[in-house]
Design a protein around this ligand. Sequence first.
Ligand code: GLU
Length: 457
Amino acid sequence: MTITVRFAPSPTGYIHIGNTRTALFNWLFALKNNGQLILRFDDTDVERSKTEYADAIATDIEWLGIKPARIEYQSKRFAVYDAAVEKLKTAGLLYPCYETAEELERKRKLRLARRLPPVYGRDALKLTAEDRAKLEAEGQPPHWRFLLPNFKDDPFMPVRTDVHWNDIVRGPETVDLASLSDPVLVREDGTYLYTLPSVVDDIDMGITHIIRGDDHVTNSGVQISIFEALGAKAPELGHHNLLTTISGEGLSKRTGALSVGSLRRDGYEPMAVASLAVLIGTSENVVAVSDMAALAEIFDPKATSKSSSKFDPAELDTLNRTLIHAMPFEAAQIRLTGMGIEGTKAEAFWLAVRGNLSRVSDAGLWWSIIQDGPVSTEALATEDIDFVRAAFDVLPPEPWNRETWKLWTDAVKTQSGRKGKPLFMPLRIALTGLASGPELADLLPLLGREGTLARRP
Ligand code: GLU
């Protein structure tokens, strides 16, 4: 059986770094096991789901380097969920309830006062056919609850019913079904909550492993029972810790905080984002990994910590720089070409400047300095002008290479008696207009003798 995982976002906003962690845990798991990933949009909530978000999520996923085997939309599968509902109803496992939110809250408080667990007491199961007909005639449509298998003969006498699984991430897990309310699967307006369609799809799509955030642990207890009620065996389950902002707040699609799209637009490398999203909050060192296959090698779901982890964008900057500083020309080439950086000098240029860049797009500044002349932010001090002019008079003849800078500055040193910073800095400023930047030994051959002379003050 092909290992099959899914990433199942609801397209109600743009995905953030925390969703990325889920997507990547699944993708890396698939890669490690020769498996496949299905991108499945949990868009049964047609009011809040938007095509625009689904498309943006698909783009973000692709940008990260995740390659779904296919894309599914729950909104196209209502007939399948309706069939599952009928099956559960026939089996007596889905029952109609009529309480309003206020009634439920009142009942909850009563149970608490009686020192009973604050779960739904299944009062609706006591309704007769006439009671139900009456309520419906009064205009009260039902919502539908799944009868959890947490009792022997009497549903009003739940008994401890532990559901166990060996969590791919957390190890042995247990949920006691007697501590939970029968979950509502269908709302009174007939719409689906996420719980049932997700199980139906996991069965239909042959999902072998579910990996998701640990906010779904309790849900898993419920869903395992639904898998069984539908005659299936639940897939293997894994729940990873969640990421928060640096100040400890939860991430939300609604706020747009740390959205993948914003990180992409900020010029971060996908592998910097992926490395941090996967390795943070694990016992592995957070390092910049240059490709997905290498990250899959390191990835170990068991190394994940159980508490939530803070996502620090400053760490992303460090990883981004590390990746760019070692990035081969071929990996940057398409983007460089897009910035007009091409031709015979392009590769040498990239190798000269990459060590100074925080973003690939920063290469544009250095390309224009090389091609068009220095930026004028750092003016040459008046007392250095004559020194620089004289230095330009002793420029070595071509051909130029990496040694030229040393040859030239040795000659300037002899000629002027200057050394160290007073010698190098005015030359750097004359050549680039900036007080810091890539090694001049690398820049000089790119400028060429003519280009250098053109910068003579
Ligand atoms: N749409 C659900 C979520 O985003 C999916 C949970 C799951 O993977 O089952 O939380």
